[in-house]
Design a protein around this ligand. Structure first.
Ligand code: NI
Length: 260
């Protein structure tokens, strides 16, 4: 198969994989249509693991950052920011990922989530580095905060908002990333978003090992499953799977500054 897919968001460092399984899965996806993977960090340790994967595999690029519910564990603010800053200097780190707000769970108070979201947006702006945003049931606050941080570029990972929220984010220059959720039977809202989403702002992602598309639900996800996600988007957009893979790959390369 031609190597054509860019998986804009994955966690191959996840503990769900044994070391042997991890290597096997990564080699499998690179032999099955996948050329690039953005592997996102969620705290300092997983960001370092992400970088280690990027050092090992040519097609893997790393994101570093604090996930909303990992911010509660930060004890020394200055040290955390300095360490993050240092990690961004690695040649294969291309994104502050993943950062944002998650109001589905209450593990981390919202004011702490917001503080770290904004601190990391400031770092991204200072570094001119794209962000990857996790937004779960926090669409209003995410848009409001991004409006106060104009000039930051990036993507909304596994977008779950409405068409109206997507419009606001597109106006701010953001890319919208579509996950395997689009293949689910109840994904009415996401299908609506994809219908009107401009092709030059669309990305595709797995969030591996989570969010496996139909017909792989219940299994650990992998980037080769993006064929199912791309097929669903192709159906919605009345285009070919190859076109969807090509356009989303070009978009991701442009956003992350990666040469094809
Ligand atoms: Ni993620």
């Amino acid at each position: 198969m031609e190597q054509i897919i860019f998986d804009a968001h994955a966690h191959y460092n996840d503990d769900l994989y044994s070391e042997a399984e991890r290597n096997e899965v990564i080699e499998y996806v690179f032999e099955n249509g996948v050329k690039f993977i953005l592997n996102a960090g969620t705290n300092i340790q997983t960001s370092k693991e992400s970088i280690a994967l990027a050092e090992k595999y040519k097609g893997i690029y790393a994101g570093v950052g604090f996930y909303p519910h990992d911010c509660i564990n930060i004890t020394d603010e200055k040290e955390a920011l300095d360490t993050l800053d240092t990690l961004t200097k690695h040649p294969k780190v291309v994104s502050i990922a993943e950062i944002g707000l998650d109001y589905h769970y209450d593990d981390t108070p919202r004011d702490i989530q917001k503080k770290w979201f904004e601190l990391q947006l400031d770092l991204a702006k200072q570094k001119d580095m794209p962000v990857c945003i996790h937004d779960r049931e926090a669409h209003g606050d995410v848009v409001e905060i991004l409006k106060r941080h104009k000039g930051v570029k990036g993507m909304l990972h596994s977008f779950s908002g409405s068409r109206e929220t997507a419009e606001e984010l597109l106006k701010l220059g953001f890319y919208i990333s579509v996950s395997g959720v689009v293949t689910f039977k109840n994904a009415v809202k996401l299908v609506e978003v994809v219908e009107t989403l401009p092709l030059d702002r669309m990305l595709i992602e797995t969030d591996t090992p989570y969010l496996s598309p139909v017909p792989r639900r219940g299994q650990k996800n992998n980037s080769a499953n993006l064929m199912y996600t791309a097929a669903k988007i192709a159906e919605i957009k009345n285009m070919s799977i190859e076109e969807i893979c090509n356009i989303t790959r070009q978009n991701a390369c442009r956003l992350f500054g990666i040469e094809e």
